[in-house]
Design a protein around this ligand. Structure first.
Ligand SMILES: [Zn+2]
Length: 503
């Protein structure tokens, strides 16, 4: 039997349509935009989804042909030119790969482009047109907003089971294993999608605690049933603001539509029955800072959940810094503040020098104003380091020109690229030992937990304003289907309504 040839591609972006940072090709180039043979050297051996596609193929003795790998830090809508370029590169790569046996993609699931609310549905649809009935499988982020089109066009959909996403590699390998079953004639996929009217905030999507643990336990039990191939629990991403944004369940069975329908419905009903447990209540910033002041031990990790660049925010919000300076806290570390001009000014002055800068708050009106600070430049670097923790292990992180500024006794990591603090190497690569800090401020919703939980004495989610605030009712969403929980109060039980009115 001839070796099977599998065509691979990655198109990953989580689009926050409220962000004023347009996502053009330069945003992709800042992170990953590679073509064809450029791709394997960047991802082979890493515990990323792209690394998983490669290893999955090699494990199954498939030959693989790469097309395009495009991923950008979450930001605003993808401009038409970027969408056309990436899709075009994927389709051209598939055409050039003939003859081949199947296509396997890694997609995010919450991308929005100009003219394309359902980027992944449209990408899968275009690939489908090109490849006819050849198998098409795809792995997705846990924040995917699935659509009927996505489920119709792909033969198999496999979503991450974790947030923080520590299983992207495993899920990509799984998608290739399932593809192998299709190619061997052992699997005829039948699929069901169910979407309860639920739009959980990111904090409630953390898979290390209830209620997500409950849904995932049930999903994993279902995966043990005969005939069930893969069950996906997706929490969704509100700020893509498409009709289908929110929670989804997908069940893939082997030639048994009824079973797929019944199990997906069961999960959807379960989620709905515990919907009130998805409400979150972060702590007011000043209350949290008082707690830090009173604490004997550290580090206490303070999550600035309103300004999470991993959800498309600027990463230059100043609310927390302002409160810390006003309350006179010291011994803190900030991961990170995006301010290329401040980093450049620090680099020009050099380590050991004092500078004055207007720090942060440059991007929009949602994340606070710039703060005038006097800073001591501790160090300057090119901001490159390798991930050592469990999320994307082995992959290269680029922060751009980076300066460590000490402001009133706190170390601020000031970067030229936007990024979420996912790994302790972020600090150590800059000469900062995070476990020695009294407190650490992270611009992150949940991902920071994978690396910070093991060293934190306490984690506090701060009620900060910003484009990833869990106060979803405060956003002007235009396209999300209504009514949906918890945006529409009539969907809350009487008790919750009373409680929320009292608060
Ligand atoms: Zn995600």
């Amino acid at each position: 039997m001839a070796t099977k040839r599998i065509v691979l591609g990655t198109f990953s972006h989580e689009t926050n349509v409220l962000s004023n940072i347009k996502t053009d090709l330069s945003e992709f180039r800042k992170r990953h935009l590679f073509h064809g043979d450029e791709i394997p050297p960047h991802f082979r051996g890493t515990k990323t989804a792209a690394g998983g596609l490669i290893d999955g193929c090699e494990k199954n003795s498939f030959e693989f042909i790469e097309t395009v790998h495009a991923s950008a830090t979450p930001s605003g809508i993808i401009v038409e030119e970027a969408y056309e370029h990436i899709l075009g590169a994927m389709l051209d790569g598939i055409k050039a790969a003939k003859p081949f046996d199947a296509v396997a993609l890694h997609l995010h699931g919450a991308a929005v482009a100009e003219g394309h609310d359902d980027v992944e549905g449209d990408v899968l649809g275009e690939v489908r047109k090109l490849i006819g009935r050849k198998p098409l499988v795809a792995s997705f982020d846990l924040h995917a907003n699935y659509t009927e089109k996505m489920v119709r066009e792909a033969d198999i959909l496999v979503g991450y089971d974790t947030y923080p996403h520590i299983d992207e590699y495993e899920r990509a390998v799984e998608s290739i294993d399932l593809l192998a079953k299709i190619l061997n004639g052992k699997l005829k996929p039948t699929k069901a999608l169910r979407q309860p009217p639920m739009l959980p905030a990111l904090q409630a999507q953390f898979t290390g605690r209830y209620p997500m643990t409950k849904l995932l336990e049930e999903a994993h039990k279902m995966e043990q049933l005969p005939g069930v191939e893969v069950v996906t629990v997706a929490a969704g991403f509100p700020w893509s603001d498409i009709k289908e944004a929110g929670m989804s369940f997908i069940v893939v069975t082997n030639n048994d539509q009824k079973q797929a329908d019944a199990l997906a419905q069961e999960l959807s009903d379960l989620a709905w029955s515990i919907r009130r447990d998805f409400l979150v209540k972060p702590m007011p910033v000043r209350d949290a800072l008082k707690r830090v002041k009173a604490a004997n031990e550290g580090p206490i990790v303070l999550a600035d959940i309103g300004d999470n660049p991993g959800g498309g925010t600027p990463c230059d919000g100043t609310f927390v810094l302002k409160a810390i300076l006003e309350m006179g806290l010291t011994g803190g570390v900030f991961g990170v503040i995006w301010d290329p001009a401040a980093a450049a000014k620090a680099a020009r002055a050099g380590p050991g020098k004092e500078i004055e800068v207007n720090l942060g708050g440059h991007t929009d009106r949602f994340h606070g104003k710039p703060i005038r600070v006097k800073a001591h430049v501790k160090s300057v670097s090119d901001g490159q380091w390798l991930v050592k923790g469990s999320m994307g292990t082995g992959s290269l992180t680029e922060m751009g020109l980076t300066a460590i500024l000490n402001v009133a006794g706190n170390d601020l990591i000031v970067t030229s690229l936007r990024l979420q603090p996912l790994d302790l190497e972020l600090y150590r690569s800059q000469g900062i030992e995070p476990t020695a800090a009294k407190f650490i401020v992270v611009k992150s919703s949940v991902h920071y937990r994978a690396s910070h939980e093991p060293v934190a004495t306490e984690i506090i989610e701060l009620d900060t304003p910003g484009l990833t605030s869990p106060r979803l009712a405060g956003f002007k969403f235009r396209k999300i289907r209504r009514p949906i929980f918890p945006l529409d109060f009539e969907m809350l039980g009487i008790t919750e309504l009373k409680r929320m009115n009292e608060e």
